[in-house]
Design a protein around this ligand. Structure first.
Ligand SMILES: [Fe+2]
Length: 358
């Protein structure tokens, strides 16, 4: 009786905005982004409502959620520490992440991508990462969802990723299927291109999707010029790192015959990767696993995160190490000046293994 009276009094005194908030639900997260040595942003996604659309009055052919990204940034953090957070009430609101170490101590990251379209396969790949890896952070090579503008796809993405993202830090790359959508930037607090250090390694993420980056050819050219200028400066400034790892959605080369020569802007960057000693580039876009070594630079394509698989029908001669048309993720264990790269299928089979470093 007392409880009922309290409830009633709450309803009467609560302002209208808080009453609307009662219908909200969390549909993504929690997850940690932009994790650095001193700060990290914890995020989650709230569905505030749902709208419907049809071709007749009162007829709903489509529904779409209204989403709101919640975020808060913690500052004053220390290096090499695991932090446990509570993003919203209850067990579901708990998560953790680790800040980068101060020294060259051992760490692990996982790379995967192209998680769109086949949601059940996406779940299988995430389950494989959780079972066969224990990453300090994860790198996504792009095409998180089939259409970045479609709000209904993001809760599906975050639902599949939930158990992984709540225990690690997430670093995304922009794929062509994101369509440069505001959702990508808002929900992940992301920038088109960025870099960071983790232990003895330097990480660079670039936006290779120039077609969606700007509206006209002239604007696209100027965007790419600006970005690659930044890339060269960033590479020049990171020559003391033990490793330089580069991430982009579009690969410079491919074994997928019908796509060979598709990304000349990326192929044109190869001399820059060689000049500034990029240890390895990681790409997506092709839904399979590919590994090349060209003039001392390793190129990995890991786009087997759920999207329909592509054949690896014409491996480029002379540089091919391994190609396989299968779902996969790549585990990189960095230990000082050495790194071990293992590509795995979701059921833990080893596809390929490589040692990097001096
Ligand atoms: Fe793609």
């Amino acid at each position: 009786m007392l409880a009922a009276a309290l409830w009633l009094s709450n309803q009467l005194t609560r302002p209208p905005s808080a009453q609307a908030a009662a219908g909200e639900k969390v549909v993504g997260g929690p997850y940690a982004v932009n994790v650095g040595p001193r700060s990290a942003t914890v995020m989650w996604v709230v569905q505030t409502g749902e709208a419907s659309l049809g071709t007749e009055p009162g007829q709903a052919d489509k529904t779409a959620p209204a989403l709101r990204a919640e975020k808060t940034t913690f500052v004053g953090l220390k290096r090499g520490i695991t932090y446990y957070y509570q993003a919203f009430p209850g067990e579901a609101g708990k998560g953790s992440f680790r800040t980068p170490p101060a020294d060259a101590s051992r760490f692990q990251f996982v790379v995967y991508g192209d998680t769109r379209t086949r949601h059940d396969v996406h779940r299988t790949v995430i389950a494989g990462i959780l079972k066969y890896a224990n990453p300090d952070f994860v790198m996504h090579t792009g095409d998180l969802v089939a259409n970045g503008d479609d709000a209904s796809l993001w809760p599906i993405f975050f639902d599949a990723e939930r158990e992984l993202l709540r225990k690690t830090a997430f670093f995304p790359s922009l794929g062509n299927h994101e369509r440069n959508a505001r959702n990508y930037f808002d929900l992940l607090d992301a920038k088109p291109y960025y870099s960071f250090d983790w232990g003895s390694a330097h990480f660079i993420v670039i936006d290779s999707d120039i077609a969606n980056a700007r509206a006209t050819k002239a604007e696209q050219d100027s965007f790419w010029q600006e970005e690659t200028h930044w890339l060269e400066e960033d590479l020049r400034g990171s020559q003391k790192a033990d490793f330089r790892f580069l991430f982009a959605h579009h690969p410079p080369m491919t074994a997928v015959k019908r796509r060979q020569g598709d990304n000349p802007h990326m192929t044109a960057l190869e001399p820059m990767f060689e000049k500034y000693k990029v240890s390895a580039g990681f790409f997506g876009h092709d839904h399979n696993y590919q590994h090349y070594v060209k003039n001392g630079v390793h190129y990995f394509i890991t786009g087997g995160g759920g999207a329909p698989l592509y054949d690896v029908d014409v491996p480029p001669p002379g540089i091919t190490q391994k190609v396989a048309s299968t779902e996969n993720f790549v585990v990189v264990e960095v230990d000082g000046k050495k790194a071990r790269v293992e590509a795995k299928t979701p059921d833990g089979q080893l596809l390929d293994t490589t040692e990097l470093g001096q």
